[in-house]
Every structure is written in C-alpha cells, then in structure tokens.
Design a protein around this ligand. Structure first.
Ligand SMILES: [Zn+2]
Length: 301
C-alpha cells in the first residue's frame, strides 16, 4: 500500500513536470523509440526541436513494453519517429493508434536493399542501422520529416543533415577499413542474437547469432552445438556479448567449446539494439559503431 502511494506520487510528479515543461517549451516535440533514431533526430534537429527518447541504454526494443509515461509522451508528440520493420514489436498497438503523426524510418530504405532472412519467416530484418549506407536513407528521411514539421527551419536542417551525411560517409569508410584488416578466415562474428546481418553484408563478415533475428525467439541446444563446431573448425578466437541481451547463451557456448578443448574468449561487449549512456562515446550512433568495429577488429585480428 505504502509502495502504491509512493508510485502514485511519483507518477503525479512526472506528469506535472512533463506538462509544465511542454508549456514553457514551444519547440515542436519529437519522440523517438530507439537510441539510434533519437540520436539521428538530435544530430539533424539540434536544439530546434524538443527531442525525447523512449528506450535508454541496455534496453531491448524487441521486448520493450511502453510505460504509462512513454504512452503519454508518444500521444503528445508532434512527430513520433520509430525504426519499423517490427523491431518495436510490442509497441505496435500504440504506433498504429497515432499513425498519422508517426513515421517508420525504415520505410525510407528501398525494399530491394533490405534482407529477408529465412529465419525471420519472410519478414525483413529490422537492424538497418548496422549498414551505414542504409542508415543514411533513414537519416535523410528524418531530415525531411523535421522540415515538414518546422518548414521555417528548412535551411538549418538541410545544412546539418549535409554535415552529418559527411560524418556517416567517414564512418562507413572507417568500418570498412577496420574489418578488412582482420585475416579473411577469421571474419566471423558470433553474437547472442542476429542483429548484425546487414553489418556482415556491408563489411564482409560471416555473421552467426544464437538467437535469431528477434530476441523473442529461443535458442536451442542444436544451435549451441552447431556454433561450437563452427568456432572450432574455423579457430575463431573470440565471440561477443551484447549490451541489450543476457550473456547467458554466449557463456553456455563458451563452456561447450571449452569442453571440446578449444578456448574461445569473450571479445567484448557490442552495442546491438541500444546505444550507450548519453554523454559517453557510445552514446551516439557514430561513436557506438566505431566502438563495435574496434572491439571486433582487436578481438579477431
Ligand atoms: Zn535485435
């Protein structure tokens, strides 16, 4: 009972802060689901908009359910940006409900460039941010959405977008060069779930995830055995855990490999479906991507 009262007080406090904030702040209000989408909006929109993110560091978007505070934010938003392609599987109902003010950034990518892996039952792989050349389409589309929302800032938004597109080109070249420096037979990326399909295609790595495209699916013993044999056959020195997913499956794979007399180590923690803490290097999309490329390269080289 006491707990409920505290919770209610907290809830009222946040509601109150929320409304006083929005009264004082007349900028258009943009809400983004994932950290990657929020960061893109911030890079391009800067302080011309009030921008809020729903999913913080370590949050798994496949499983995320909106809190009452999230729902209020989404309902209040002048523009709701989300990834789409079923990434935010459990937000489908609210995204539908506020359809006219919401935009799926993945819809900007031509279908012919999307991957529809067999394991995902004919649906497209939603992890589009892991090929920078695809993410550029999403970023351009976010710029268009922001311009439509605040046409008076068109020029500023276009300039910021141009500069950011240049940063993205640099990032793409950097990651390409890093991965190319790994000996070819070791360019195998093994992670907890299949977030890196586009990454593998764009930068030339074989990618294997224990858990499939969505973390909503379970991995089985058979998958662990297949992966173990692959590691031993190719003498893969390292496999990776992800910040938004339990490391349990990867640890059982390491144990299974050790039983067969081969030592594979954890190559570090990769950011897959969420960014790091804001204000740190991995709190931005480009910083997160560089961090992943550096981790992968140093562990497999
Ligand atoms: Zn994922």
């Amino acid at each position: 009972m006491k707990y409920r009262i505290i919770l209610l007080t907290l809830l009222l406090a946040t509601t109150y802060c929320g409304s006083s904030d929005s009264e004082a702040d007349t900028r258009p209000y943009v809400v983004a689901t994932t950290g990657m989408v929020r960061d893109a909006a911030e890079q391009i929109g800067g302080d011309l908009f009030r921008i809020d993110g729903i999913m913080g560091p370590g949050v798994d978007p496949h499983l995320y359910r909106a809190t009452p505070a999230d729902i209020r934010r989404m309902e209040r938003a002048d523009l709701l940006l989300y990834n789409g392609l079923l990434l935010e599987g459990r937000l489908a109902e609210i995204l539908d409900r506020i359809g006219s003010r919401s935009f799926a950034v993945a819809s900007a990518i031509p279908d012919s460039l999307l991957m529809a892996p067999y394991e995902f039952g004919g649906n497209y792989d939603p992890h589009i941010w892991f090929d920078v050349s695809l993410w550029k389409y999403a970023v351009n589309a976010i710029a268009d959405q922001l311009i439509a929302l605040a046409p008076e800032h068109e020029e500023a938004i276009r300039l910021r977008n141009e500069a950011y597109q240049h940063d993205l080109d640099e990032l793409h070249n950097y990651v390409t060069a890093q991965i190319a420096s790994i000996p070819e037979e070791r360019r195998v990326l093994i992670t907890a779930h299949d977030a890196f399909g586009y990454f593998g295609r764009a930068y030339g790595m074989q990618v294997e995830g224990l858990q499939g495209i969505s973390t909503a699916s379970e991995y089985g013993l058979r998958d662990v055995r297949m992966m173990r044999d692959l590691i031993i056959e190719r003498q893969i020195p390292a496999i990776f855990i992800e910040t938004s997913i339990s490391s349990r499956s990867i640890e059982s794979l390491i144990a299974g490999t050790r039983e067969k007399g081969f030592q594979v180590k954890i190559g570090g923690e990769l950011y897959s479906d969420a960014l790091g803490e804001s204000g740190t290097e991995t709190g931005t999309y480009t910083g997160m991507f560089r961090h992943n490329a550096d981790q992968i390269t140093s562990a497999l080289k």
